[in-house]
Design a protein around this ligand. Structure first.
Ligand code: PLP
Length: 375
């Protein structure tokens, strides 16, 4: 190998590799947890940073798509004429009502104003609407309170363009064992009858609350191979990481005991040591708050952050990587370093890191399960 692991058309050796095989596997895991339920693959935020292309291909076995960005939804509709697409935040303005009908997008209704918009749109412009009425189950963000839910349902039922009325809720604490037991029962009781089509479960609920599966599940984070739980790893849930963020060393230097590294001199060498400079920083989406000691993999060996993460670079301790040299491959997260581990060190969650991959990082899609097998 020449030692140059990136294509000359790329701007620098930092890149993001997405495995459609891992996406496919994780979708199967979700389906196994909710036998009989339809699966909306949640692809908001550019498929949690993985890209719509990879998602459409990796989740080809999904029953529908769920997101909230209208431009992306219309793009998906052009590529997938048949499957349902659920708009998780529904209409943002009155003219979205006609767009929903035109592109056959299912819309969540969480606000009285959204019902007004439907009522004000001429039925000829929005016939055949498929509406999901959202119930507030304690998140207190979106959705009708229990006391207003029934009236909203009755009002929607009188509107001519509403062809289909289904029900949805979103839990605030599905990641805490038992915390939503009452909400599940209340949602079930508020939406009874054999004809009610219902959806409640995000990833945490899919994985831990079988009675919340109802008719359609809405897994997001688990499909991308990260864990919705603070105390359970993705691997322990049978999930495969779908993204590898990687770069290379662009400099290696030896520093004396007591020498400092990076802005603010937050790392002080305890002994003479080698420091590696990696071409990846917070402008790429690596978290600036990742402290000294956050794990990275250099040339296949464990290493860790030493010094403050800067915009375009980060620095690592090469003491246990004798083979490290300029051009050595670095995994920031992926097969060996779970994104959730990096997130834990940085005081956040895997979701935030995956979504924050910046547009300057080129993305490659591969079909193998092992992200690192690809060069
Ligand atoms: C994002 C989202 C989901 C998916 O949540 P995960 O925790 O990523 O599984 C499900 N439902 C709604 C309404 C959402 O906004």
């Amino acid at each position: 190998m020449s030692g140059c692991v990136y294509l000359t058309t790329m701007s620098r050796p930092t890149r993001c590799i997405v495995s459609t095989a891992a996406l496919r596997h994780n979708l199967e895991v979700a389906r196994r947890h909710a036998p009989g339920a339809g699966v909306w693959a949640v692809v908001k935020a550019d498929a949690y940073g993985h890209g719509i292309d990879a998602a459409l291909s990796g989740f080809d076995a999904a029953d529908g798509w769920a997101l909230l960005e209208w431009d992306k939804a219309i793009e998906i509709r052009a590529r997938d004429p048949a499957r349902p697409i659920l708009m998780l935040e529904g209409c943002f303005c009155a003219s979205d009502v006609a767009r929903a009908a035109r592109y056959r997008l299912d819309i969540v209704v969480h606000e009285e104003t959204q019902i007004d918009w439907i009522a004000r749109t001429s039925p000829s412009e929005c016939a055949g609407l498929r509406v999901w009425l959202k119930r507030n189950s304690g998140m207190n963000r979106l959705g009708f309170d229990p006391g207003a839910f029934e009236a909203a349902r009755e009002r929607l039922q009188t509107l001519e363009p509403v062809e289909n009325l289904s029900f949805l809720t979103h839990f605030a604490n599905a990641d805490r064992a038992g915390a939503e037991r009452t909400s599940v029962a209340e949602f079930a009781a508020a939406t009874p009858g054999a004809n009610s089509i219902r959806s409640a479960a995000n990833s945490a609920a899919v994985l831990s609350m079988p009675d919340a599966s109802f008719d359609w599940i809405r897994p997001g984070i688990m499909l991308y191979g990260a864990s919705p739980f603070g105390d359970r790893s993705a691997a322990s849930l049978g999930l495969l990481p779908a993204m590898r963020l990687e770069s290379t060393l662009i400099a290696v230097r030896t520093i004396a005991a007591g020498a400092c590294v990076g802005y603010g001199s937050t790392y002080v060498a305890p002994r003479p040591m080698r420091i590696g400079v990696v071409a990846c920083g917070y402008a790429d989406g690596y978290p600036r708050h990742a402290p000294n000691g956050t794990p990275v993999l250099v040339d296949g060996s464990p290493s860790m952050i030493a010094g403050r993460v800067s915009m375009d670079m980060l620095t690592v301790d090469l003491d246990r990587v004798p083979t490290a040299r300029i051009g050595s491959r670095v995994e920031l997260w992926g097969d060996h370093i779970p994104v959730d581990t990096v997130a834990g060190h940085a005081g956040t969650i895997g979701y935030e890191l995956l979504c924050a991959i910046s547009s300057r990082v080129p993305r490659t899609t591969v079909d193998s399960v092992l992200l690192e097998a690809e060069t």
